[in-house]
Design a protein around this ligand. Structure first.
Ligand code: BG6
Length: 468
């Protein structure tokens, strides 16, 4: 291009967290247990009991977010703070906490972007079958109605479910019940169907209750490359892309499953049971935008047809496991990797944005993007995370190119606003713009320190990204 388009005028420069990873206070003020509280946790990494203690320090944190210049703060509501049993009795103290968080954001002109459900299903619902039980659909709608009633007038941007594709395809990524097994494939797709129905009903309800607001799903979307230009690799890569990404975005936006994914499920006898009326529910709802979590890309080769497909791993990422007879992950010599083995591919970000926009023609809000690293707190209180600055800078440059390509972008909320507990790699793997002084097990004083990336991002926001 001879000239790059600017970032839009009211671009939502922000950052993200999720309830169970940042709040702590897991047994306070009437909160019920979620699956996260009950799942077995590896002994060598931090659990979520105290996390970053945001529950008690949200005022200080949001003040720091305001000083950073954040225009949006994406956080999630813990379902179990509002409905400790997942349904039924409402916990007023839970409502008060999020009312306060939202008010604190508004005080500084920060737009709250609220995820309704970020991995932490109420354990009481899980005990009754979780997402395999259709009653969980009603519970989610009940919960949504309470959220919309209480916060609908102060929150314009809502996210239904965080990374449904991760939860369904890689349930182990967020932990397993004690002694638990991974669900069978058929059950996974049945759970998926129920989540899709729940999401559709909630989007419809939202548009009725808050016509001026905006709602959408938050999926982990990732472009892929065929390992070579062999046509078989291209077919395998397409299989991966559809099963891993588009099948999950097609249902909320187009009202039904991707035809290739449906054929795959039918052929294996793992298609969900669809009851009368389900199709209408899915057809009848639509999101206003697409939220997208982007970390890395995949490289996919043709299946070898045997169990070695599953064993083949590229990097350390859960999402890169192969599937026998369908595809196998391959290494990509053209991209970098983080210390944790995650592929770093800023150009792949532009590629993913183009593809997602081309398919859905919906404005895109980035709700996660970032690099996990063991940051070091220096004696003078500084944290020199130049790798994070580089990572975010390169991704923003590619996003600007995507905007110039014609992709409609609403905002950028990278992971994370402040250090949080990683999903399964503890506290050492940090993502925030703000350092929280605690170790894996030694909680210290949980003091906050802005990292170098904080000051850098502050400048980017001040200039609306013009010097990127
Ligand atoms: C996303 C999740 O998949 O990745 C976040 O929505 C998570 O909850 C983030 O923290 C980074 O993953 P991890 O495993 O490094 O914490």
């Amino acid at each position: 291009y001879s000239k790059l388009k600017p970032f839009p005028e009211h671009f939502l420069w922000g950052a993200s967290t999720s309830a169970y990873q940042v709040e702590g206070a897991v047994n306070e003020d009437g909160k019920g247990k979620s699956i996260i509280d009950m799942y077995e946790h590896p002994a060598d990494v931090a659990d979520f009991a105290v996390a970053s203690d945001h529950y008690h320090r949200y005022k200080e944190d949001i003040r720091l977010f305001a000083e950073l210049g954040m225009k949006a703060y994406r956080f999630s509501v813990a379902w179990t703070r509002i409905l400790p049993q997942g349904t039924g009795e409402v916990n007023e103290k839970g409502l008060t906490f999020y009312r306060n968080v939202i008010a604190e954001c508004r005080k500084y002109g920060i737009e709250p972007v609220v995820t309704m459900y970020h991995f932490d299903l109420p354990y009481a619902l899980e005990e009754k079958g979780g997402w395999l039980n259709r009653a969980t659909i009603d519970a989610f709608v009940e919960y949504a109605e309470i959220l919309f009633e209480n916060f609908g007038s102060n929150v314009h941007y809502w996210l239904t479910i965080n990374e449904q594709n991760t939860m369904i395809l890689h349930p182990g990524a967020i932990g397993l019940p004690k002694g638990g097994k991974l669900p069978e494939k058929k059950d996974m797709y049945q759970q998926n169907h129920h989540m899709m129905l729940a999401q559709a009903r909630v989007m419809k309800l939202f548009h009725k209750m808050i016509p001026e607001g905006k709602i959408g799903p938050a999926l982990n979307l990732t472009a892929m490359y065929p390992a070579t230009c062999a046509p078989e690799d291209a077919i395998a890569a397409h299989n991966w892309e559809v099963l891993r990404c588009w099948n999950f975005a097609d249902v909320p936006t187009k009202g039904w499953y991707h035809p290739l994914a449906w054929s795959y499920m039918e052929d294996r006898g793992i298609a969900p049971e669809v009851l009368e009326g389900d199709r209408e529910i899915l057809k009848d709802a639509a999101p206003d935008f697409l939220a997208m979590n982007y970390y890395s890309t995949a490289t996919i080769a043709a299946s070898k047809g045997d169990a070695s497909d599953v064993a083949a791993r590229a990097g350390d990422q859960q999402i890169m496991l192969g599937e026998q007879g369908v595809y196998r992950p391959a290494e990509n010599p053209y991209v970098g990797k983080t210390e944790y083995g995650w592929v770093v591919d800023p150009v792949g970000f532009r590629y993913t944005l183009r593809k997602a926009y081309e398919r859905y023609h919906l404005p895109i809000l980035i709700t996660e993007n970032g690099i996990g690293a063991p940051d070091v707190l220096e004696a003078d209180g500084s944290i020199h995370d130049d790798y994070r600055i580089n990572f975010i800078k390169e991704h923003l440059q590619q996003m600007r190119l995507a905007i110039t390509d014609g992709v409609e972008m609403l905002g950028y909320c990278p992971w994370a606003a402040i250090d949080v507990v990683s999903t399964h790699q503890g506290y050492r793997k940090r993502y925030g713009f703000i350092y929280v002084d605690r170790e894996e097990f030694d909680l210290k004083e949980l003091k906050r320190y802005p990292k170098d990336s904080y000051y850098w991002y502050q400048q980017v926001i001040r200039e609306n990204g013009s010097s990127l």
